[in-house]
Write a protein that binds this ligand. Sequence first.
Ligand SMILES: C[S@@+](CC[C@H](N)C(=O)[O-])C[C@H]1O[C@@H](n2cnc3c(N)ncnc32)[C@H](O)[C@@H]1O
Length: 277
Amino acid sequence: MTTNFLTKDELLKNNRSLWNSWTKINAKSTFYDLEGFKSNKNSLKNIEIKEMGSVHGKTLLHLQCHFGLDTLSWANKGAKVTGVDFSDEGIKLAKELSDQLNIPAHFICSDIFELPMLLEQKFDIVYTSYGVLTWLHNLNTWGKTIAHFLKPGGTFYIIEFHPFINMLNSEWTEFSEPYFYKGNSICSVESGSYADTNEKFIHSAYEWPHSMSEIICSLRQAGLLIEYLNEFPYSSFNCFPNLVEYGPDQYVLKDKQDSLPLMFSIKATFIPELLKI
Ligand SMILES: C[S@@+](CC[C@H](N)C(=O)[O-])C[C@H]1O[C@@H](n2cnc3c(N)ncnc32)[C@H](O)[C@@H]1O
């Protein structure tokens, strides 16, 4: 269902409340396996570890870091990390984990679009991953925010679910939704969390599906030179209906094997001169 009845602030407030509740559910879930993380200190998948390369000694800004597991994982690989999320519950837990595990990290509670008013530092890397873009109403501002925080020549990396999957119905059995939303939000009623569907919890969610061209153009317009766009026929997580295991950390749609795009990654370099072309 598309809706534009609420103001952007009201939509943001609703989504922050949802993510505060989801943080509490997710932190207890086997999906996030917090106890396992406390011993192995890694939540990253091989795909982003390989594509990002060495982060040792680099400053890294993690946008939409949830409760910080990936942020702390990059810190454990030698990066000097800053994680940002608008969920105060997420940031509170991220700070607790940083202290408890003795992994140095800086965490900031902020809407990413407000961040330039709170943080002055420039970074070698801006990183964001898995389930971030549909929560953002404006990708042009997103691109500018990434560029704002990168040093000239700095790297942006995203690994994310493919916009293709936004066209599937909630059971992932047929195409029922448009690909193009033209900036409108969609409202859904979330039951439980993607990390624990059995949890008794109901909350509304407002999301903004974005097409691949919106994603690419918002980065290019902000002065980012795309090094590559990769598409993957699997999800790293078993968090959608009707998925079956295909390989380690690879889940594909049942009966479709590896014929559909479920994730993509982009690596790009900030070249300020591109803004003049
Ligand atoms: C699916 S999670 C990302 C999880 C991530 N892959 C990780 O490292 O765990 C999406 C995150 O986006 C955050 N978020 C949504 N809208 C935001 C906004 N406007 N500003 C900052 N964070 C936001 C939510 O609080 C949530 O933690």
